[in-house]
Write a protein that binds this ligand. Structure first.
Ligand code: ADP
Length: 437
């Protein structure tokens, strides 16, 4: 580049010298100097114009500037243009490849902007959601009007996936995930889970049917056993055998009842009537039962329940969840331990809490507690008559009430199980919603 600046300086110098030379000869220094400079700038302006036209208009012929500063500027611009064109070609090929591969995906993908309008979608998403290609740019909540989908999209909590019936094909079930990314953009992924859903329904129906079929013969067996126990003239061995059979039949009945309840809860029966549940009164009854149950294993049970806090929900399900937690506290707390039961509301909603001074649970076991049949100590759980399904029931009841279960525990120190309910389910006695307080 320095070479061209030097060359240009020589050229400017030469123009000045020639202008001065003629100025001296004709006695008009200023005029010739002015004319020389004018010619010099006109020459540059002409070259600049050719370069600008070539840059602006596509059809303009390539200017040939020769081996000077303008030639060098032209060469550098052209080099950059060629590089940019190559980069653009590479990028276009990459985008084409990406579009072709995502179009071939069996899962649907939709890119959503911050205002829920569609930026881009693949074939599978269009098929599953019943969209057309010219729907790009339109708001997805105006096109897919399924209430559950609209609620999910607007809720902004995308941790869990949404399962819903396809708006296009009957009997097709879809799963939707939303992943936020970039500048307030979201990737919506749809997956056809019809087969999985059918299998899940089959599994649920199977468990419900088996449990139902087992409950009648079990009732008969238990009835006969009850009448056989304590009959006169029976040997001690026979009596002990009957007693053991009765205990096992009772255990099986509990198991079958818990399985039946779990399958009903899993179906999330929308027909179950929700009422305004007086939790404090419910807990008083439960505490009385627990105290009776704990006659052989006495504990100090303390109840602190806010009478004014009322919960909207399915009374029998809530009863079952709270009873399971209180029963667990009583069963896994040694004699003389203390159990504190609290029910209170706050700005965020309401909380049912059971705190015991019992055995406690190792940290590694806590995430698995709500799995079916999971027990920290199988022998101990069986000995106290546990089915291993209690906390699964609690989890499902809470899920159906949009609540969540929090567990804090340390081995040897005790455990605290808290059921947290959202504000929209909680009311105060005067009818105001807790969330509005
Ligand atoms: P189970 O019918 O065996 O009690 P749950 O589902 O109710 O089944 O509980 C699962 C396991 O969690 C229990 O087997 C027990 O090991 C543990 N657990 C539940 N509650 C408590 C508690 N309050 N203290 C200590 N361990 C508990």
């Amino acid at each position: 580049m320095t070479r061209f600046w030097l060359q240009e300086s020589w050229r400017a110098g030469a123009v000045l010298c020639v202008a001065l030379f003629f100025g001296v000869i004709f006695g008009h220094n200023g005029t010739f100097l002015f004319l020389g400079l004018l010619a010099y700038f006109a020459w540059h302006a002409w070259r600049l114009r050719r370069l600008a036209r070539w840059l602006i208009y596509r059809n303009e012929a390539e200017p040939h500037f020769g081996d000077d500063i303008w030639g060098e500027v032209f060469y550098q611009i052209q080099r950059r243009k060629t590089r940019a064109r190559k980069r653009e070609r590479r990028l276009k090929a990459m985008i084409r490849l990406y579009r072709e591969s995502s179009a071939a995906l069996p899962d649907g993908a939709v890119i959503l902007r911050a205002d829920n309008s569609i930026e881009w979608m693949n074939e599978a998403a269009a098929d599953m959601l019943g969209l057309r290609h010219n729907d790009a740019g339109r708001r997805i909540d105006n096109l897919v009007r399924h209430p559950e989908f609209v609620r999910f999209l607007h809720a902004g909590d995308y941790e869990d996936a949404l399962e819903f019936a396809s708006p296009v094909v009957e009997d097709r079930t879809m799963e939707i995930h939303i992943v936020p990314y970039g500048n307030e953009q979201r990737l919506l992924v749809t997956r056809d889970i019809t087969r999985l859903h059918r299998l899940e329904v089959m599994r649920r129906d199977f468990i419900a049917n088996v449990s139902h079929e087992l409950s009648t013969p079990l009732t008969v067996i238990s009835g006969y056993l009850e009448s056989l126990i304590g009959r006169s003239g029976q040997s001690e061995r026979v009596e002990a055998a009957f007693e053991q059979m009765r205990q096992q039949a009772e255990r099986m009945t509990h198991l079958v009842n818990d399985l039946l309840q779990l399958s009903r809860l899993e179906i999330d029966d929308a027909h179950e009537t929700e009422t305004e549940v007086d939790v404090a009164a419910m807990l008083r009854g439960l505490v009385t039962d627990a105290s009776m149950m704990g006659r052989q294993r006495p504990h100090e049970i303390v109840l602190e329940a806010d009478e004014s806090v009322v919960l909207r929900g399915v009374s029998k399900h809530l009863y079952s969840a709270f009873a399971n937690l209180i029963r667990n506290a009583a069963q896994y707390t040694p004699v003389g331990g203390r159990i504190e039961i609290r029910w209170y509301g706050d700005r965020g909603g309401a909380c049912f809490e059971v705190k015991d001074t019992g055995l406690g649970i190792p940290a590694s076991a806590i995430p698995r507690l709500t799995e079916r049949f999971y027990r920290v100590d199988t022998g101990r759980s069986r000995a106290v008559g546990g089915t291993g399904l209690g906390l699964s029931i609690v989890k499902h009841v809470l899920r159906n009430h949009q609540g969540n279960l929090q567990i804090e525990s340390a081995p040897g120190k005790g455990s605290t199980f808290s059921c947290v309910f959202p504000g929209e389910r909680v009311m105060l006695r005067d009818g105001r919603q807790c969330a509005l307080l």
